[in-house]
Write a protein that binds this ligand. Structure first.
Ligand code: ADP
Ligand code: MG
Length: 352
């Protein structure tokens, strides 16, 4: 095989250095700002502007964050990258460089790991993110994937969790609950026979396995200074909204009927006799953005949303901290919002 075409990945036992060489050849950075990518003790980057640097990292553990019986290596890699891309989106930043550390147990081949990277790079490619390094270890207990992503944002433009003010409007991108519905379809044996159209099923499963990081939405909101705070929805709306409230020292009111639901999620909820609004409120891993916007920016933000590549829905407002987190039910009654998102180290059957 020619030197510019990567060799066929081996299906035999893994060897650390041939693997790293192969990953470097296939996926390693080639951009001008990368003085040194994979292959030395550290990567070397040439700073290209005075932008602030964003850094984020996410650890995925087999059996906790992913399950190889329901996700391919490409799926796992794709989602590992999206978890980080979405964090950069939530800060209003531009993603730049990727470092990937793996602990790999026996039984995985080089081909499997190449597929994992293909998934990761497929998620990153639209945003020109470059792979500049990582680390490789064996593992005695499952596959571990740690992805670190850098990003950049103009000084003063980052969307933090701490800027929400009383009276701000609460918006969310995309639709909610799809990922949880997709996960339930994947793990539930009755999945295929449940009276849900196959198109709706594939849509929901795709939304669970291959979520979309809302980078344009985050970047546009930051650029136009329209939002006071933002967070990406990885744990679920109720839990992630609580983070904004805690960090901003405010309360919030969510209008259940305003929660954006996809037709597929509605079909799923109907077939399974579930409350679709509860899926939207509690489901994790949608990787949508939750943002707060001062009322004076309402018209501008709704106009700007046409360029987001997804819908933007107003779902509530920020209120005083004394009122806490409340939800308006479909019947108009209002009560305290229970925070039901996933927490590690607490006993529960399925993690995210
Ligand atoms: P060290 O012993 O200093 O950790 P390594 O031999 O582990 O060095 O790494 C050599 C080079 O390969 C480094 O540039 C490192 O960033 C890169 N690298 C190692 N593992 C991976 C991986 N899984 N993905 C991407 N790059 C990797
Ligand atoms: Mg190393």
């Amino acid at each position: 095989m020619g030197s510019d075409s990567p060799r066929r990945p081996s299906t035999r036992r893994l060897a650390e250095f041939p693997l790293i060489d192969d990953l470097a050849r296939r996926f390693g950075a080639t951009g001008q700002a990368v003085v040194r990518g994979i292959g030395d003790d550290t990567a070397i980057l040439r700073p290209s502007s005075r932008d602030l640097v964003l850094l984020t990292t996410d650890l995925l553990a087999e059996g906790v964050h992913f399950d190889r019986t329901t996700a391919t290596y490409e799926d796992i890699g794709f989602k590992a990258a999206v978890a980080n891309l979405s964090d950069i989106a939530a800060m209003g930043g531009r993603p730049r460089y990727l470092l990937v550390s793996l602990a790999i147990p026996n039984g995985h081949t080089e081909q499997d790991i190449v597929r994992l990277y293909q998934g990761m790079m497929n998620a990153c490619r639209p945003y020109d993110v470059e792979l500049i390094g990582g680390d490789t270890s064996s593992s005695r207990h499952g596959l571990f994937i740690n992805v670190t992503l850098t990003g950049s944002v103009k000084p003063g433009r980052a969307l933090t969790r701490s800027g929400a003010r009383i009276g701000d409007l609460l918006y969310v991108t995309g639709t909610l609950g799809d990922s949880l519905a997709g996960l339930q379809l994947l793990t539930d044996k009755r999945g295929k026979a449940a009276g849900i159209g196959s198109m709706a099923q594939s849509y929901l499963v795709e939304r669970h396995l291959r979520p979309t990081p809302r980078l344009s939405a985050g970047q546009l909101l930051a650029k136009h200074r329209l939002a006071t705070s933002a967070i990406d929805l990885s744990d679920g709306l109720s839990g992630d909204l609580a983070h904004i409230c805690t960090n901003s020292k405010v309360g919030a009111e969510v209008d259940m009927l305003a929660l954006p639901l996809s037709p597929a999620c509605l079909d799923y909820a109907e077939a399974r006799r579930k409350n679709p609004f509860m899926l939207a409120l509690t489901g994790g891993e949608d990787y949508e953005l939750l943002v707060t916007v001062p009322p004076k920016n309402k018209t501008n933000v709704e106009r700007l949303a046409r360029s987001f590549g997804c819908r933007l829905s107003r779902i509530g407002r920020i209120q005083s901290p004394q009122r806490g987190l409340t939800v308006i039910e479909p019947d108009g009654s209002s009560h305290k919002l229970a925070i039901t998102s996933y927490r590690h180290f607490e006993t529960r059957s399925h993690a995210r």
